[in-house]
Write a protein that binds this ligand. Structure first.
Ligand SMILES: NC(=O)c1ccc[n+]([C@@H]2O[C@H](COP(=O)([O-])OP(=O)(O)OC[C@H]3O[C@@H](n4cnc5c(N)ncnc54)[C@H](OP(=O)(O)O)[C@@H]3O)[C@@H](O)[C@H]2O)c1
Length: 689
């Protein structure tokens, strides 16, 4: 069956093979629909009303859950938005039948990113499994755009056939091949030596070769389960062996072809070779693909830390009607199912290659290494957007790191080759001992990984949970800045269902969301006062309404909760601290002013960090997703705090005695915890303003 696709006019889209690219706009497509030909594909403007509703709802859901097309997958640790997305997709699939969603999705502008391949002249690519399916089409597209390709194939005969065919299809193609059965790591090592000896400047490595499930459990002569050996270890080893050379060649990319089957994978540190379960079926294919995905993430993490110009991408091709499935025997029920599904609704191998080509060549992906690209899991539509893996392991940074170490250990054991990736263990980062780093947004995404690397190399990163860190941070800021005129205290930690205390004995949320800011303010105040007019802005929250103060428990540990009461108390305290600060500033005639702001309910990553065992988490997550402002939206107006004082019925926020007492108690806690006095720049004068 020949499928047609709609796309935005400016996007080039390969309809049948990536060679014959053509820009199709809806009107042209309709004109092309000759009588008796296949009906023209549905175009979004002409969709029935219910599809419009579904489409709008779908796009809304994607936006409101922050599920954008290109984003760093590891920033998102929350599976709720992902599940919403996939469930909705499945719902549309069920309600609308089989044909429609494909057309529907292909019509949503922005979804289809046809590989608009720039000129690749001068680049040398290594593509494994180049003789068939996705690998063949990836190779062909690279050749058509001027790259030189070294194809890896396990069969001399099939390899030469493919080379011949590619030369016929792409006149002047610069293609050569190497034979290697990549199931054996000793072969991979020999292959890498050959490639390195040939002294070509490899800048692109596409780890594509793969084998699918097998009903027989089989082990290579090196003692690795067959699928694990090829689909994971072979690629990992080839990558590690070629990496140094690639790095010396300047900018480059490594593309690892993974699979949706990651969702069926699990890791087992006691059985890295995959032999314990005695299966070569779906669990092991899933494990191999999951491992390759995690390997890509860890590789990218290390490349970024090392400041390398090479970037690593993981892709999944969707369900593709390629020879992969016809190589299975059909006694294994899942094999029959996947074969049937790929035959009925699989993409063509040329379409399946789109993600690999996109990841390998597209300029818009520069600097976005670590993305996982491919079609939607639910729709299998021809598109290659950034995806979030389903398997929760994919977000477990400790698992990335451990997998890397265990992989090295297996490779070293099997091949006897030592320190295969010693160079990439962070050699470019000098010892940071004694340094205090300020990392804004330290607790998420890239900030998190930067922070982690600094910590690993001895730096102390000011995460503001520890007051001793805040003191060091303040000293650094004072040493570095003769003038400080604006201080915005934003960092915050939202509720947590597990009660936790910092090593300084303060409840975690209260430590970072209140004491950290109060202390930093007190320590920087003198410099700010001498710097002339200035402002201190403390970011509060409407959650102050849930807060109450307890003079006998300033550290917030008595209730053994890090939930809403702790968050509410932290924010209420920061509000009262701001009022008292402003009162003292005014009395002292200072040119610095203090403001408290609250951002409203904003749909930020703060909510993504929730786990959903705490009912309030579900509520706040849902509210932020449904009606949250975007992080960039700010509406300014007066706000009357609610506060809370169950004893008197008078809101705490208006209790000036509470302001004063809170200030004194705060100073006392800080001095007790850090063993040092806080400067008393603004002594209290009188009780009321
Ligand atoms: N098709 C899908 O729906 C789908 C979905 C998700 C992921 N993938 C992944 O996409 C990649 C390409 O698969 P495909 O669909 O294009 O299948 P394919 O046509 O069978 O291609 C697989 C390639 O790997 C080669 N290969 C197999 N065993 C090898 C070995 N021991 N050493 C070296 N090369 C070996 C094959 O060579 P021979 O021709 O000699 O067998 C072939 O060139 C695979 O990694 C697969 O897991 C495919």
């Amino acid at each position: 069956m020949k499928l047609q696709y709609t796309c935005r006019p400016q996007m080039q889209l390969a309809e049948n093979g990536l060679a014959s690219q053509q820009v199709l706009v809806p009107q042209q497509l309709q004109q092309q629909a000759a009588p008796g030909a296949l009906p023209a594909p549905l175009i979004i403007n002409q969709l029935p009303a219910q599809i419009w509703v579904a489409r709008t709802a779908y796009v809304w859901l994607r936006c409101s859950t922050g599920f954008t097309d290109v984003e760093y997958a590891t920033m998102h640790q929350n599976s709720f938005s992902r599940r919403c997305n996939e469930c909705f997709a499945l719902l549309v699939l069920v309600v609308q039948g089989n044909e429609l969603p494909q057309n529907l999705l292909e019509s949503i502008s922005g979804w289809i990113k046809g590989p608009n391949i720039p000129d690749q002249t001068g680049k040398v690519a290594v593509v494994s499994g180049f003789n068939s399916g996705i690998g063949y089409n990836t190779t062909r597209a690279l050749l058509e755009h001027g790259a030189e390709v070294i194809g890896i194939c396990r069969s001399d005969e099939r390899g030469h056939e493919a080379v011949q065919q590619l030369k016929e299809q792409v006149p002047g193609a610069k293609i050569s091949m190497k034979v290697c059965n990549m199931e054996l790591l000793s072969n991979v090592r020999a292959l890498a030596s050959e490639l390195l000896a040939s002294n070509v400047n490899i800048s692109l490595l596409v780890n594509n070769a793969g084998r699918f499930i097998d009903e027989r459990f089989t082990v290579t002569k090196e003692g690795l389960e067959h699928t694990m050996a090829l689909d994971y270890f072979g690629h990992a080893m080839l990558t590690l062996l070629l990496l140094e050379k690639m790095l010396s060649n300047g900018p480059g990319r490594i593309v690892n072809v993974c699979s949706m089957a990651e969702m069926f994978g699990s890791l087992d540190w006691n059985d890295m070779k995959g032999v314990a379960r005695h299966t070569s079926g779906m669990p092991i294919y899933g494990r191999a693909k999951l491992s390759l995905l995690l390997f890509t993430y860890e590789l990218q993490r290390r490349l970024r830390l090392a400041g390398a110009q090479v970037e690593a991408f993981a892709v999944h091709p969707g369900l593709v009607n390629s020879p992969l499935f016809s190589k299975m025997s059909f006694r294994y029920p899942f094999a029959v199912f996947t074969f049937a599904m790929s035959t009925i609704m699989g993409l063509t191998p040329a379409q399946g290659a789109a993600s690999s080509i996109y990841a390998a060549t597209h300029p818009e992906l520069s600097g976005k290494g670590g993305l996982y690209l491919g079609p939607s899991y639910a729709f299998n539509a021809f598109s290659c957007c950034a995806r979030k893996p389903v398997n929760p392991r994919a977000y477990d940074v400790d698992a990335w790191r451990r997998l890397w170490d265990e992989t090295e250990a297996v490779i070293e054991e099997v091949t006897g080759q030592q320190s295969i990736s010693g160079w990439i263990k962070g050699p470019n980062i000098p010892d940071q001992t004694g340094k205090v780093a300020v990392v804004s947004g330290f607790n998420s995404g890239i900030g998190y990984h930067t922070t982690r690397a600094l910590l690993e190399h001895g730096a102390e990163v000011c995460n503001m949970e520890l007051l001793s860190n805040v003191r060091a941070l303040a000293s650094e800021l004072l040493a570095a800045n003769a003038k400080i005129s604006l201080l915005v205290n934003v960092a915050g930690r939202f509720l947590d269902e597990t009660f936790s205390v910092t090593k300084e004995g303060i409840e975690h949320t209260i430590a970072v969301t209140y004491f950290g800011h109060a202390m930093l303010t007190l320590l920087l105040l003198e410099r700010m006062l001498s710097s002339g007019p200035g402002r201190i802005v403390n970011v509060i929250s409407e959650a102050e309404m849930f807060g109450s103060l307890d003079w006998n428990d300033m550290k917030g540990v008595a209730r053994r909760s890090s939930g809403m009461p702790a968050y509410g108390r932290a924010k209420l305290s920061l509000l009262l601290f701001t009022y008292e600060l402003q009162r003292r500033l005014r009395l002292a005639g200072a040119q610095v002013e203090a403001f408290a702001v609250h951002p409203g309910v904003a749909n930020t990553r703060m909510f993504d960090k929730l786990t959903f065992r705490y009912p309030f988490s579900i509520f706040t997550y849902t509210m932020s997703a449904i009606m949250g402002l975007t992080p960039a939206q700010i509406f300014c107006c007066d706000y009357t705090p609610c506060g809370n004082n169950s004893a008197t019925g008078q809101p705490r926020a208006y209790d000036v005695d509470a302001w004063r007492r809170l200030w004194d108690e705060t100073e006392a806690v800080i001095e007790e915890v850090t063993g040092q006095q806080v400067p008393r720049m603004l002594p209290p004068v009188g009780t009321r303003v």
